[in-house]
Design a protein around this ligand. Sequence first.
Ligand SMILES: NC(=O)c1ccc[n+]([C@@H]2O[C@H](COP(=O)([O-])OP(=O)(O)OC[C@H]3O[C@@H](n4cnc5c(N)ncnc54)[C@H](OP(=O)(O)O)[C@@H]3O)[C@@H](O)[C@H]2O)c1
Length: 293
Amino acid sequence: MTLIFGKSGQVASSLKRLLPPQHALFVGADECNFANLDLIAPLLDRVQPKDIIVCSAYTQVDKAETERDLAEKINHFSLEKIGSWAAKNNARVVSYSTDYVYPGEGEAAQSEESPTQPANWYGETKLRGETALLKSCPRTVILRTSWVYSEYGHNFVKTMLKLARDRSELNIVADQVGAPTYAEDLAKATLQILGAWTSDQDTSGVYNCAGGGSTSWFFFANAIFEKWRILGHTLAIQNVHPIASERYPTPAKRPKNSRLNQTKLLRKFDIRLPNWDQSLETCLRRLHENSDV
Ligand SMILES: NC(=O)c1ccc[n+]([C@@H]2O[C@H](COP(=O)([O-])OP(=O)(O)OC[C@H]3O[C@@H](n4cnc5c(N)ncnc54)[C@H](OP(=O)(O)O)[C@@H]3O)[C@@H](O)[C@H]2O)c1
């Protein structure tokens, strides 16, 4: 049995589409809220999973700056609990982390060996969670990903489509570069890794895992509008203006360079996620078919 922490989030919903229901149990915040860490071990004792996939996280990057303790509980201390249970019960754990653990300076793609230095509190809590999980459980894979979007929940793609329906002008940050990652590609990679897991010593560790290629939020937004129009939709948007990050201040600082070197993932598992613009088409086609924006 695989236990997935998370039910309605982007990656959890994508896993739901891929996993046979008889082998997977999805546990949402309604059933096991990480704000109460004492709920975790008894739940795991009841279910006795062989594999645990942790999609649950505190993902509100700006709000984390003020809800610091809660963000840390959910992104760090919960993983300590899950890791110690998994170590005692010989279970494997896959968890997700973020490009925000890197300082994001310069232009080079950052590898797993690059120094970490989170630019915001969300990134710091994710990094602490990584460390705690790796320390507590020898059978752990952590996938550092970036700019996740999907048909589910809230994300940049859906926000852009909503804004562009009514507004003729938009300012979009053009000096942050990274790789948009389609949640389903990440979910598929997760299952491939679990399937290819050889010895724990060989497999455990941290891997960068994001969409192929790179772009800025500005070009990403333009690609969303162009592809959506090709699908036959009318948008009010006329002018998209590229702006510097400084003109769009946010409570949490964002790194300008979110490029991730993914050689380790390719070498170890022969996994390369599709290019971001190819997967964007898949996601938009599904939104179009479901009339879901
Ligand atoms: N979104 C991004 O751009 C991005 C970028 C880099 C890394 N990541 C990482 O990728 C992973 C998946 O992200 P995502 O985009 O799928 O997240 P998401 O759509 O924001 O979903 C968050 C998930 O966390 C669960 N959750 C939230 N608060 C909780 C609490 N107090 N107790 C228990 N569960 C709680 C939610 O549970 P319910 O299902 O019950 O609602 C939901 O399944 C996370 O580790 C995230 O940090 C995301």
